[in-house]
Design a protein around this ligand. Structure first.
Ligand code: HEC
Length: 165
């Protein structure tokens, strides 16, 4: 790990005190499914598929120093925030009430990481961009571990995991 990345981690840690503890916070929550009415669940799935397509593109852009495309894609991912979609007032209210606080926190961290990836791409820094990309993918896995139990059953429950040690 280079000094630069270490320095970056220190900066991240000080900007977001809760940031480094996401794993720890996650560890005492059993896996579950996000509970949403069918229309909102469909919106969420649709958004997920869009995000997934974007993420796959980024691997290639990183390998080819296509900074512009990384910036565009991460901006798109940032803008995809489900809470900011054009929902009816009733849907927005429903969503606000249906999503647990921790889901919203994971979602907002996810969007912060997308923004950081965009910044690394803007700085034309391959090492930092690759690092931020890995952090972004990690946050997909974190939320799926916590809130997509049925859809992605292969993640090990953090609570179970603890018992094995
Ligand atoms: C804040 C939470 C959260 C984050 C962050 C998140 N997801 Fe998801 N994702 C979910 C949930 C919840 C589901 C399962 C919905 C369901 O029950 O079908 C899901 C489902 C999916 C699906 C399946 C969609 C379908 O059609 O069934 C894909 C693909 C996916 N996510 C990709 C990603 C990728 C790639 C990332 C990161 C770049 C990501 N997700 C980040 C919560 C999240």
């Amino acid at each position: 790990m280079t000094i630069k990345i270490l320095a970056m981690l220190v900066v991240i840690g000080s900007l977001f005190p809760g940031f480094a503890n996401t794993h720890a916070a996650e560890l005492d929550t059993p896996r579950q499914d996000v509970r949403l009415p069918p229309d909102l669940l469909n919106l969420l799935r649709e958004e997920m598929r869009e995000i997934a397509a974007g993420i796959q593109g980024i691997a290639l852009f990183l390998a080819t120093a296509d900074w512009k495309s990384i910036q565009e894609t991460s901006a798109k991912i940032r803008a995809s925030y489900i809470m900011e979609k054009k929902l009816t007032a009733a849907q927005a209210k429903e969503l606000e009430q249906a999503l647990p606080g921790q889901f919203k926190q994971l979602d907002s961290e996810f969007h912060q990481r997308a923004e950081k990836l965009g910044m690394a791409a803007a700085a034309h820094d391959p090492e930092l961009a690759a690092f931020q990309f890995s952090r972004l993918v990690e946050s997909c896995a974190l939320c799926h571990t916590a809130y997509a139990k049925s859809r992605f059953p292969e993640f090990v429950s953090p609570v179970q995991h603890e018992h094995h040690h």
